[in-house]
Design a protein around this ligand. Structure first.
Ligand code: 5AD
Ligand code: SF4
Length: 463
């Protein structure tokens, strides 16, 4: 990867010099779709562009370069990209020098690349999830030739993790601990567009986090599609619990989070690590997908309703105040009303403090797309509403239970709706808004919770 990185630096330098000669500070707008992995990739893409001389701007209209970092997990994410690309055609017609970059999961699919080639010739550079480090070279080639550059790899042994990242926040950061996924849940396209599971060596991860901590980062989120299977295929004999125990010892780190946990691989050792390290946050995202064992089987999830509930019990027995959030898919092929009731039963038993709820989206090439009994829209919508009606009162009750209590809160950003308020997070990942000014951002403050809505808390700083 060393050689790759110096090649990358070479093209960064060439583009930087071009802009210096032109005497212009070019502007970039990066739009990210999808999950934390994409958000983190965007930080790296922006980091590369920053080194090329670009600076971020607010709107697409003022940008010299627009990046769409795409997601293909559900069809509506793809439709939004195509809709927005249609809008960009007008901007490109007004400004021939505007560069449009399309990257990420969506373009790992041949049919999508074909559609872009045919119908969106104004897109300048297209690259996938395996060759992010080649972006400077691809952009340089496009600038030199003014032709559409497409470079999609199907695989890569190593992914360049040592790229400069332009972090959204100075005080918190995400760190990839692995790439890809080997689970092949039958509905999911991720294994096809992000490739086989590859864990990063622990030394590289620790070095990266030590550097972040030395740079003032107090919170890290360890990222992987299934962090619980970390370590497979590595030379050193290490698992995720070992890794997180090492990370917890890094000086300066106050909060450690991790995403995403697959219930089938959640070990007792990991539960012990969460219990024994005060800087590992007491919150776990544990996608359920469905509460019906029959549906879970068709989804190829490799756990049952009972084993999921047993895992939650073990977590709560060890760490009584742990907050558990989840993902749920409604309308999976062959799902019945009874299956939906099973999911509602699990929601009531576990009492999730948050959930991402999705309507099943048929992804071509996945085993579920070929299943006979696809569920009609009306039935799915009815079941989906039933899920929300069960879920939201529970989330509200959990929010209410915080009222009157006092917590250490990491102040993160000004509130989006009221700039006299600061938005922060509790250790358990709950959002809280409180009166304060921007000088608090990045600091821990003590906040008493005074009120709540379903999805956030309201509080006041106490001295
Ligand atoms: N349809 C709906 N939701 C999906 N997810 C993944 N694939 C699909 C699909 N085809 C959801 C799962 C996963 C989350 C990231 O996205 O709930 O946990
Ligand atoms: Fe998709 Fe399943 Fe892998 Fe998650 S674990 S990325 S849902 S295949």
């Amino acid at each position: 990867m060393q050689k790759e990185t110096s090649l990358t630096d070479n093209y960064i330098q060439k583009i930087y010099e071009k802009w210096c000669k032109a005497g212009k500070k070019p502007k970039l707008k990066c739009v990210t779709y999808g999950c934390q992995a994409n958000v983190h990739d965007s930080e790296k893409i922006c980091g590369l562009l920053y080194k090329m001389g670009y600076e971020a701007c607010e709107s697409e209209e003022e940008a010299d370069l627009i990046v769409y970092n795409t997601c293909c997990v559900r069809e509506n994410a793809e439709n939004r990209v195509f809709g927005n690309l249609g809008q960009l055609k007008k901007l490109k017609a007004e400004n021939k020098d505007l560069k449009i970059i399309l990257c990420g999961c969506m373009v790992q699919q041949d049919a999508i690349v074909e559609k872009i080639r045919k119908s969106y010739p104004f897109v300048d550079v297209i690259f996938g999830t395996f060759n992010l480090h080649r972006f400077p070279e691809l952009l340089y080639t496009n600038i030199e030739t003014n032709s559409q550059i497409i470079d999609i790899w199907q695989d890569a042994k190593e992914i360049a993790d040592d790229l400069p990242a332009m972090r959204q926040h100075k005080f918190k950061a995400s760190v990839n601990i692995m790439h890809g996924c080997d689970n092949f849940c039958s509905y999911c396209i991720v294994p096809y567009v992000r490739g086989r599971e590859r864990s990063r060596p622990p030394e590289a991860i620790i070095k990266e986090i030590e550097a972040l901590a030395a740079d003032g980062v107090v919170e890290v989120t360890l990222l992987g599609q299934n962090v619980n299977s970390y370590g497979k295929g590595l030379e050193s004999n290490i698992n995720f619990a070992d890794l997180i125990n090492k990370v917890a010892k890094i000086t300066g780190l106050k909060r450690i989070r991790f995403l995403t946990s697959h219930p089938k691989d959640f070990s007792d050792e990991l539960i012990a690590a969460i219990k024994n390290n005060s800087n590992i946050c007491k919150s776990v995202h544990l996608p359920l997908q469905s509460g019906s064992t029959a549906v879970l089987d068709r989804m190829n999830r490799k756990y049952t309703k009972e084993s999921y509930l047993a895992l939650v019990k073990s977590l709560r027995d060890a760490v009584s105040n742990i907050a558990i959030t989840t993902d749920i898919i409604t309308g999976f092929p062959y799902e019945t009303d009874e299956d939906n009731e099973e999911t509602i039963d699990v929601l009531k038993k576990v009492r999730f403090s948050g959930a991402f709820t999705f309507i099943y989206s048929k992804r071509s090439g996945t085993p579920a797309a070929a299943m006979d009994c696809q569920i009609d829209e009306e039935t799915t919508k009815r079941r989906f509403d039933k899920i929300l009606n069960a879920l939201n009162p529970i989330i509200y009750e959990i929010s209410q239970s915080h009222i009157g209590h006092t917590y250490e809160v990491l102040a993160e950003e000004p509130s989006k709706s009221d700039d006299t308020l600061i938005t922060g997070r509790l250790d358990d990942n709950s959002l809280v808004h409180f009166k304060g000014d921007t000088s608090l951002i990045g600091q821990f403050v003590t906040v008493k919770i005074t009120d709540c809505k379903t999805f956030y808390l309201i509080g006041e700083i106490i001295e």
